[in-house]
Write a protein that binds this ligand. Structure first.
Ligand SMILES: *Cc1c(COP(=O)(O)O)cnc(C)c1O
Length: 437
């Protein structure tokens, strides 16, 4: 199915930079710019009220408190734990943020190393780079539902990659993993473990992967596990019986995006590994009078302050736990609403990604900013998503479906292979629900 929404998004904006011309006085110029920017603000406000399909928390309003810091260039060049000649940095904030995550992921402060990245992608690249440096002839194993940044990082690192199948939930198929590990026993394994896949939120079972490695005779010095926890890394620690991953288990690194569950005005993320892994990777650079061990040289010094402030304002672990519970409840609400309307839908346990039948028209997909994959679409019930938004979405969807399917000429998609027989409401599998289109 084609996913071309450029004809919907192609609105006319004239943002050409105009050189000052004689007649235009400063006041006119300012007025013109203010008009453009305030229109753009309105546009953003409208778009964020209809923001359902991506992993971004739009609830960033507390961060406007930090606007005085926009007067400064803040640059955390190099290692967050090393001072530099460049004094305009926020490394104190960065280390405070890292310590918070270290406690969450159960590693002592003097045993980890990490930094605030430009997002999950940079953190994943840093992880695979480290893994490959530690196990130079290692093969990367990643499930086919891994984020595209993993395969991009593999290309950058020129790593051999074995792609592993997945179960209906989106989690890695350990039977397939076992076969491929066995077939490549002579080479070490670098494993990308999804703590929540991008589309379905499937969580790879760490214990089962460890058991599989053991059964295939991979001793601890012959594997490196990176946990890609972009969104779910800030959900799973707050679940009572949720899947746990932490440095108490033999993992090498973790990445999380801070603009996802937590929310931030700009993309940012956290990368964390064991301190001993980074030693060989670091280089002393005289010019910046610090240690270079991060992918970016100059690094965003505002981001750690944003994360630090958000964590404080959202009341740390306790506050996040509440937010997560609200999202889980709202996700179940949406799932039930879709199910009752006779629409194919799947929600993994303790998850906020509601996967359902792809809406037929692009206008609708664009309006609600849904992300789609083949026959599926998903809504991610992030903290900014209210019950009111979900109600509006549900009634809009059911109304549009009357139009799409009302005449009976268009056949409904069968999603049995995508989300399982029991979740499919097509005319063959729908058991009674199907009477409602
Ligand atoms: C979003 C996502 C990423 C990439 O994160 P960015 O912050 O967008 O670079 C990586 N992995 C998974 C599973 C994701 O969902």
């Amino acid at each position: 199915m084609e996913n071309n929404i450029s004809n919907v998004t192609d609105k006319k904006y004239s943002l050409d930079l105009v050189e000052p011309f004689d007649e235009e006085c400063h006041v006119d110029r300012q007025r013109r710019l203010t008009k453009i920017l305030s229109e753009f603000q309105e546009h953003l406000a409208e778009r964020s009220n209809h923001f359902l399909g991506y992993h971004l928390n739009q609830d960033c309003s507390c961060l406007t408190d930090l606007s005085p810091f926009l007067r400064f260039h803040i640059n955390n060049v190099g290692d967050p734990f090393k001072e530099s000649n460049l004094g305009l940095h926020s490394k104190k904030f960065e280390v405070a943020v890292l310590d918070w995550f270290a406690e969450l992921w159960e590693i002592e402060n003097d045993e980890y190393w990490g930094y605030v990245t430009n997002g999950g992608t940079e953190a994943n690249l840093q992880a695979l780079l480290l893994g490959r440096d530690l196990l130079p002839d290692g093969i990367l194993y990643a499930s086919k539902e891994s984020h595209y940044s993993i395969f991009k990082a593999a290309r950058i690192c020129r790593m051999e990659c074995q792609i592993i199948g997945t179960l209906i939930t989106g989690e890695i198929d350990c039977m397939d993993l076992r076969e491929k590990l066995f077939a490549n026993k002579d080479k070490p394994a670098i494993i990308n473990l999804n703590i929540g896949t991008t589309f379905k939120g499937g969580v790879d079972n760490l214990d089962l992967v460890l058991k599989t490695l053991e059964e295939c005779d991979f001793s601890r010095d012959r594997f490196y596990i990176h946990c890609d926890a972009a969104l779910y890394g800030l959900i799973s620690p707050f679940l009572e019986n949720g899947p746990k991953f932490s440095f108490k288990k033999p993992i090498g690194s973790v990445s999380v995006s801070a603009h996802k569950l937590l929310g931030s005005s700009m993309p940012c993320g956290v990368f964390m590994t064991r301190k001993r892994h980074i030693a060989d990777f670091s280089r002393n650079i005289e010019y910046i009078a610090t240690v270079d061990n991060t992918i970016s040289g100059s690094r965003n010094g505002h981001a750690p302050i944003f994360i630090w402030y958000s964590l404080n304002m959202k009341l740390g672990r306790m506050g996040l736990q509440k937010e997560v519970n609200k999202c889980l409840m709202n996700a179940r609400y949406l799932r039930d609403g879709l199910k009752n309307a006779g629409i194919s839908v799947m929600l993994n346990e303790s998850n906020i990604l509601v996967v359902f039948e792809r809406p037929l028209d692009l206008e609708f997909i664009y309006h609600w900013q849904l992300s789609v994959d083949g026959k599926m679409a998903h809504v991610i019930v992030m903290p900014h998503v209210t019950v009111k938004m979900l109600d509006d979405f549900l009634s809009d969807l059911t109304r549009k479906r009357e139009i799409w399917y009302g005449s009976g000429e268009v056949r409904r998609l069968c999603l049995a292979e995508d989300i399982g027989l029991s979740n499919c409401a097509c005319s063959v599998h729908g058991n009674g629900n199907s009477s409602r289109n």
